[in-house]
Design a protein around this ligand. Sequence first.
Ligand code: ARG
Ligand code: ASP
Length: 739
Amino acid sequence: MKKVYLFLLSLSISFSALAREGMWLPQLLAQLNYSEMQRMGLQISAEDIYSVNQSSLKDAIVHFNGGCTGELISSKGLLLTNHHCGFSMIQSHSTLEKNYLKDGFWAMNLKEELANPGVFASIVKSLEDVTNQVLEGVDQNLSAEEREKAMAANIRTILAAEKEKNPKLDFEIKDFFYGNQYILISKAIYRDVRLVGAPPSSIGKYGADTDNWVWPRHTGDFSIFRVYADANNEAAEYDLNNVPYTPKQHLKVNIAGTNDGDFTMVYGYPGSTQQYLPASEVNNIISEYNPFRISIRDEILAILDAKMRVDEATRLKYASKYARISNSWKRWKGEIIGVEATNGIIEKRKEEVRFTKASRKIPAIAEYEHLVPEMVIAYERRVPLYLERYAYIEVGYYGLESFRHLLAYSKLVDLKEKNALADDLQKEGERLALRLEGFRKDFDADLEAEVAQKILPLYLDAIATDLPEIIEELKSKDAKARAKYISKLFAKSPLADQGFKDLLANDPGKAAKMVLKSEAYQLSMAMYKHFISVLNPAVADQDAEIEKLQATYVKALQIAFPEQAMYPDANSTLRVSYGTVEPYEARDGVEYESRTYLEGVLEKYVPGDYEFDLPSRLIELHNSKDYGPYGENGKMPVCFVATNHTTGGNSGSPVLNAYGELIGLNFDRAWEGVMSDMYFDTRRCRNIMVDLRYVLFIVDKFAGAGYLVEEMDLETESVAMRIAKAEALKAEQEKVLAE
Ligand code: ARG
Ligand code: ASP
């Protein structure tokens, strides 16, 4: 008995060990991943996932507005993505009277859908390796600059030829593996994308910043759009006469639910990762860069939070800014803990030792025996410069909004100094007046002055290289003198002058003089110029060297370990990750289950709270257990986790089952595993998804927009049931054949 138990245990361990790190190129799945995916449970062919010649799942995957992923879920162009991906569009249609962010929005027919100028959705047509063409005639002995030039010329030629062949498509060439591979991407860009539906933020953003990056999660993070095309179903600019786009393929939605261990894959646009860094650079990130950036944001967030908690107006003005600043801040903290808890640095060092040993044995890479130490040195040299760069980015760019805003006045100042035509000056003044109005709407000058008192000194203490006089002088002041200077800076800023907006519109020349004279403008310009003309070029020199070493390293790794398939770092191109639905051990003695239910949403409910309030309609539905076909054993599933390797940009990605049917909508990762951008560990890296059944429940039961569900193709049979049926059929056939 005991033996059987042990055997089962080892079986289950080797099963989860099958879960796989990596974000793979869809056109290479057949070659690199397919047999493993099959072993993990995949039931469809590699061509069903990606094909150029026939329709495939890829035709339903959308790069949503450049930053997120979305997917087509009906034959009428219905597009599903996250609430946080559609947030700014929902916000742009919201007013105090029609507050769609707060109350949600549902178009009850095509006519009620809302246009979003500037928003686009692109769909890949094909991915093609063009490495040889890009590198044609690019001599390795040329200088870095000359190589760049030669390659850029090749790329222009390829793109121009493609565009001529196919003027309706858009083309782009992206580099992979630090320039070891180039891929030509052809895509159609749809520019008429209308808002169809969004739940209230109390569902779509439930748990907001407190729950962000955290499992167990209870957020219904989705919104719905529709892609429109012209009368020929071609991509087109917005036009009232456009019609819903008919995709070559749209995803079926499976509402049968999943079990732990079930195969899943995520198809989408991961933004950026750094999987091949030397251990020492991972160490720099978690012991230098992250702590430094966190320390600056700690100050910003503490000040914002204190005022947002007591003042409703401030909360409204700063909610979105707070979310933006806290998102990475929280992830950086998680990265530090995650790398430490998994011994990431030591594990990466072990890999490096294995590589160095291999290089001693394999003649083709014998010359790279010292490659790792060379990389370490190159990265090490960059550390002080990088800290200075981050000091500017965190303080001058993210931290002090008014500093960033003031940079916009440089053109006006320029026009004035060059005695430009009155007309030009006037136009620019009016443009800035408008911009200032938008800026002031959500700006609290006192709050920013308070932030500046804390973070400008942090900038001054961090900055050292080739400083301009104004910064040098400030740096030499003691704390008291700095504080005095900063309060004067804000008090005398043109932004603090109530008449400034009218002055811009009526006497832009005078406004320009006022700007130029102000110390706020002078300081913010000096900081910016120092960043652009001193820090960036210095870092660029280091980066060029690092890129070259990294390119050599990833190439040499492939030679050292040919049996190990490698995936390129994420670079906002279409990828497939795969894994299984899995619970995990968060820390000693704490096991997390793989799914959450509506009960948990109610457990977190805090009436009136800005993060955990709930719409009464949802509470009613919970109390009456009115879940329609979407519930499971009397409960309403909400979110679940799996071992798919994802990153920023994967938000809104479809999570597909073994038959390629939609079961979840990706939106986040679990805190314990957010270090996956540089070090993935299957034991604790989990992607977080909304269960599609919760999405449909909210659309249908909560919002009464069941007509949208009717547009979709629902599958109610589970994967296990279908496999069992197929196997029974096969057995039956075999029996008949044998008889
Ligand atoms: N952490 C998720 C991602 O990186 C969700 C961010 C949006 N939500 C928030 N509370 N900031 O995008
Ligand atoms: N929340 C992220 C996004 O918006 C996803 C992640 O980082 O896991 O893309």
